[in-house]
Design a protein around this ligand. Structure first.
Ligand SMILES: Cc1ncc(COP(=O)(O)O)c(C=O)c1O
Length: 408
């Protein structure tokens, strides 16, 4: 077992060791993965790093000590609310990521409803974080099959509700396919039943508004839709901030009380938190604030334009490869599969992986999943060239098949 060394080492040697440790990872900076990272350019990278370092050790739990962080967090929340067309009186919380935003939303829905055996009704394309939240929070999770277009089936979701349903969920978009659920219909259903509607825009919150401005026809999904109670939107995804940054936004700031913990039940006195985290990294808030102001709406529009370009080049290229087919979609998520039994997609995946591309294997349909970001526009042709080679080799039967739905 490794122990902390008896004597400390100097930083240059440690830095070298860290760089060597990551040398054999898949290269995100060369666009070799379409999951886990979001990258624009070196200018933004510098803003992310320097802004983070400016507050690298401040603790955002201590907002009396660091009023600066209270102000920065407030401004980040407001920028999110205005982007997502929230009404007067809305509010929100800066969290560590999509999971925490979703957990807090489900906690607040449960606490507000106050029923004995709570359940939530979600489309089966919703992120598994809702199942994790159910497990942590004692909620029964009812996953309802989607309609033929892989978007929420409102009639089936309505049929699955009962007096103990504390929340409905829709994704904007969902992670498996990139489709946006029928949020307007879900909002009407939620309002009619007096139930919380959470929209999971962890992926889309900072991208969909800009895709729409580029003319992509997306259904409405934000606070402009009546009945939407809360939205999760990750700044560390298409908000382009470093990791550890998401927003839970609420139509009514008063709802924050339902995810607030407060107690004096120990010797030290009052402890209160709106988040699952106690200690909160100030650097994450400062970096998110700086990235949003550095990019501005023009910068986000540029990111969306590059993602559109990556999507259209890659999708068009794949469609020209006999045996492959791209699933319909408009967002940053692109799924393709083989419709030719002589071309096992798992074999294509193994060969692509061997050429340095981290492959995300879709479970259903048996395929390959890409979550595109701005950098992919630059490597789209390289990806297609390797894909063509991989398909030719796969047809020759040279490689084993990478299992579908393989773990991250
Ligand atoms: C749609 C969606 N919701 C929630 C999450 C969870 O976010 P995080 O990994 O930041 O906790 C993800 C992550 O990919 C996601 O795609």
């Amino acid at each position: 077992m490794i122990a902390i060394p008896e004597e400390g080492q100097e930083w240059p040697a440690l830095k070298q060791a860290l760089l060597e440790a990551k040398a054999r990872d898949y290269s995100w900076k060369r666009g070799r993965m379409a999951v886990f990272f979001y990258y624009l350019d070196e200018a933004l990278e510098r803003v992310q790093q320097e802004a983070y370092l400016t507050f690298w050790t401040e603790n955002n739990l201590g907002q009396r000590a660091f009023p600066s962080l209270a102000r920065l967090e407030g401004e980040v929340v407001e920028m999110g609310l205005s982007l997502m067309r929230a009404p007067e009186g809305a509010g929100g919380t800066f969290t560590s990521g999509g999971s925490e935003s979703i957990f807090l939303a489900m906690l607040a829905a449960r606490e507000k409803a106050g029923v004995a055996r709570p359940n939530i009704v979600i489309p089966d394309t919703a992120h598994l974080t809702f199942d994790r939240a159910g497990w942590y929070l004692g909620l029964e999770v009812r996953r309802i099959p989607t309609a033929a277009d892989r978007r929420s089936d409102i009639v089936a979701m309505m049929a699955a509700m009962d007096a103990n349903t504390v929340a409905l969920v829709g994704s904007a978009p969902n992670y498996p396919f990139g489709g946006i659920d029928r949020i307007a219909e879900l909002g009407a259903l939620a309002a009619a039943r007096g139930v919380w509607l959470h929209v999971d825009a962890c992926v889309g919150g900072f991208l969909s508004p800009f895709l729409s401005r580029l003319g992509v026809a997306l259904p409405d999904w934000d606070f402009a839709v009546p009945g939407v109670t809360s939205i999760s939107a990750d700044i560390h995804k298409h908000g382009m901030a470093p990791k550890g940054a998401s927003l839970l936004l609420l139509r009514d700031a008063g709802l924050k009380q339902h995810h607030r913990f407060e107690s004096k039940a120990w010797a030290r006195g009052l402890y209160a938190a709106h988040t699952a985290q106690g200690t909160r990294p100030g650097g994450a808030v400062a970096a998110a604030w700086a990235v949003m102001r550095h990019l501005g709406q023009a910068g986000y529009l540029d990111c969306a334009r590059r993602i559109r370009e990556a999507r259209s080049v890659i999708a068009a290229g794949i469609q020209t490869i006999p045996g492959l087919e791209v699933l319909p979609g408009e967002h940053a998520i692109l799924v393709y599969r083989s419709h030719d039994p002589g071309l096992p997609i798992g074999r294509v995946a193994t060969i692509l992986d061997g050429r340095g591309w981290l492959v995300s294997r879709q479970q259903e349909p048996d395929g390959i999943h890409l979550h595109l970001n701005p950098l992919h526009a630059e490597v789209a042709e390289e990806y297609l060239a390797d894909l063509r080679l991989a398909v030719a080799e796969a047809r020759a039967g040279a490689a084993p098949e990478m299992a579908a739905g393989r773990a991250y």
